[in-house]
Design a protein around this ligand. Structure first.
Ligand SMILES: Cc1cc2nc3c(=O)[nH]c(=O)nc-3n(C[C@H](O)[C@H](O)[C@H](O)COP(=O)(O)O)c2cc1C
Length: 350
């Protein structure tokens, strides 16, 4: 992708997005989502294409160190990371620079990941109040900077990035200060989810506030995140806001083809339609097969129930399907419910 004038149909002037020496093309990133963006999900997304950089779920750096010291197996959250195609980002969280540096270095040197990302956005109590990590750290841009600096040094030349929210509360929005600290510390990119930690997922992401950060960054790319749930919205985000990339999370869970649609739209091509519902069902079952392979029948079925609900989301009959699938205890249950109810969802739509 070369620097050009605005595309005649999209109105977007696309520039290549570089995170260190990693070219993110197209500049559409698959967000980290705990409990969801494991290898199976990433693989399904990868097959459709369109995500320039994919990310794992967040990994607890402290647990990683503990497992390492006890010579235990790597956590499920690193499933696939060693072998799968690049570029791939692994996200980690903690508040201790040394622990993060140690894990970051291992991810960079042993796992050879493309990007090491640090989470400064997680709003859940277990991470904030209990572990004083994630978005809890946004109160102190200096501390964020110290962490990033230490991790950058440990991981070099692998690029290190940070993912933040706008601030801890609506009264203490300080994303510009945090962004500057992140850049000064040597990070290679910054992703901003346009909500505060207090917001959790309430209201809408504030893209104006994301945009306000841009003039305060001298060197690193800014990636905007929040509420992008269609290819059209991705194009509009690039057209309206001075972001270098965008990141998509929730909307992709039931539509792993969304990245491919958004990528086509950015190229000014006709947006491919959602796959026919029969194919959506087949994609879900393929996803299930990957999950079963790793987690076995019982855990695999439990895990897949939430993905199945996402796949059905928005389709007529989804509630009925969701209710039934949430009780599936075994692969046999799962297949039976899909057979009985997913097709009904399909036929209702036509
Ligand atoms: C179930 C779930 C898990 C998430 N886990 C993470 C995570 O591990 N790390 C992170 O930085 N953000 C996490 N997020 C936040 C998303 O990456 C993203 O910032 C947020 O959902 C807003 O984007 P969206 O509107 O496209 O969903 C999570 C979000 C959800 C819904």
């Amino acid at each position: 992708m070369s620097v050009t004038s605005p595309h005649p149909t999209t109105g977007v002037q696309l520039k290549p997005l570089w995170i260190g020496d990693v070219c993110v093309d197209p500049p559409i990133l698959q967000a980290p989502m705990a409990g969801f963006t494991n290898f199976a999900f990433r693989q399904i997304v990868r097959e459709f294409g369109g995500a320039g950089l994919q990310a794992t779920e967040m990994v607890s750096a402290r647990s990683f160190v503990w497992l390492d010291e006890h010579e235990a197996e790597h956590p499920d959250r690193l499933w696939g990371v060693q072998e799968e195609p690049r570029p791939l980002a692994v996200q980690m969280w903690d508040n201790d620079p040394e622990t993060l540096a140690r894990v970051g270095q291992c991810l960079a040197r042993e796992f050879r990941v493309s990007v090491v990302d640090i989470n400064f956005g997680c709003p859940v109590k277990q991470v904030t109040q209990k572990a004083h990590s994630g978005s809890y750290l946004l109160r102190w841009p200096d501390r964020v900077g110290q962490i990033v600096e230490r991790v950058v040094k440990a991981c070099a030349p692998t690029p290190v990035t940070a993912k933040i929210r706008l601030g801890c509360t609506r009264d203490t929005v300080n994303a510009i200060d945090v962004a500057q600290a992140v850049e000064a510390a040597g990070a290679a990119a910054l992703t901003v989810h346009g909500r505060t930690a207090q917001d959790f997922f309430k209201g809408s992401a504030d893209w104006d506030r994301i945009a306000q950060i841009k003039p305060h960054l001298a060197r690193i790319p800014l990636i905007g995140n929040g509420d992008l749930d269609s290819a059209e919205k991705v194009v509009a985000a690039f057209r309206r806001y001075p972001v270098d990339g965008v990141m998509i999370a929730r909307a992709s869970l039931g539509k792993p083809w969304l990245f491919a649609q958004a990528a086509a739209a950015l190229r000014g091509e006709v947006i491919p339609p959602d796959p026919p519902l029969e194919e959506q069902r087949a994609i879900m079952l393929k996803h299930f097969a990957l999950v079963l392979e790793r987690f076995g029948p019982e855990r695999g079925t439990m895990l897949m129930r939430k993905y199945a609900a996402c796949y059905a989301s928005g389709l007529p009959g989804a509630r009925h399907f969701r209710g039934a699938i949430s009780n599936a205890q075994s692969p046999e249950d799962f297949y039976r419910i899909v057979e009985e109810l997913f097709p009904k969802v399909l036929s209702l739509q036509s």
